[in-house]
Design a protein around this ligand. Structure first.
Ligand code: KIV
Length: 262
């Protein structure tokens, strides 16, 4: 996968699949699948570190996790999230973050929102770094949005979404993540844009889908928003295996003679 494939796939109506990966072992396994690209999302602050929101992701965390993913999946296209406020602290700070993520092994960065940092997006692209936009429910603005709510539900906000998306395309973004918007709004947007729209909670009429790995594997407890399909019962599998280990240690049936050195 390279940057040209994103547009090619949209033209050919071949949906793009993107999954989050935060560590070496999941990246290694994903590298052996046909999944198109990996996202080192700032959701890692919640999933891997137990913070309540993505606001706690730092550039140090993003850099460390990006490097691990790049070692596990050297052939995959990697998108890394620019963390909270990294594009609002001036050009030097933003460029330093981009530098760290790209040197850690990312091929592109994802930036939430548009307003207040248009110029920074333009400069990052002008510096030769592909940028993926992210509109709709932008978790870094969770408190301003009043929680995890579907965005673009009325005419005013859906028009705003459409105008922001076109602006991101004009600035040179190569793709756009659209999170939690009504299916019809997402479908219209995907039609209007030349670049692919990758949805999460945006229905099926877009150009691709992204999910958090732990969510799709059924490893995220009670978290089950309407848009989420669990492709495996990961928690059951995980708990059964570790509980069996515990039981067999107590029963002294593990290790067997074959599993011991003579
Ligand atoms: O951080 C993340 O996991 C994301 C996806 C939800 C798109 O941005």
């Amino acid at each position: 996968m390279n940057i040209f494939d994103f547009n090619k796939m949209k033209i050919e109506k071949r949906n793009i699949s993107m999954i989050t990966s935060y560590d070496y072992w999941s990246a290694r396994l994903l590298s052996e699948t046909e999944v198109d690209c990996l996202l080192v999302g700032d959701s890692l602050a919640m999933v891997m570190h137990g913070f309540p929101t993505t606001l706690s992701a730092t550039i140090e965390m993003m850099e460390l996790h990006t490097a691990a993913v790049a070692r596990g999946a050297p052939e995959k296209w990697i998108v890394s999230d620019m963390p909270f406020l990294s594009v609002n602290r001036g050009l030097t700070f933003a460029m330093d973050c981009v530098d760290r993520l790209m040197k850690a092994g990312a091929h592109s960065v994802k930036i939430e929102g548009l307003r207040g940092h248009e110029e920074i997006i333009e400069k990052i692209i002008a510096a030769g770094v592909p940028v993926m936009g992210h509109l709709g429910l932008t978790p870094q603005s969770i408190h301003l949005l009043g929680g995890n709510r579907v965005q673009g539900k009325d005419d005013k906000t859906s028009l705003q979404l459409s105008s922001d998306a076109k602006r991101l395309e004009d600035l040179g973004c190569f793709a756009l993540v659209l999170e939690c918007v009504p299916r019809a709004v997402a479908a219209q947007l995907a039609k209007e844009l030349v670049v692919p729209v990758i949805g999460i909670g945006a229905g099926d009429a877009v150009d691709g889908q992204v999910l958090v790995l732990q969510d799709l594997l059924g490893l995220s407890g009670q978290f089950k928003p309407k848009f989420l399909r669990r492709f495996a019962q990961g928690e059951t599998w995980f708990k059964e295996a570790t509980q069996r280990f515990h039981k067999e240690v107590l029963e002294k049936t593990f290790p067997s003679t074959n599993e011991s050195y003579t």
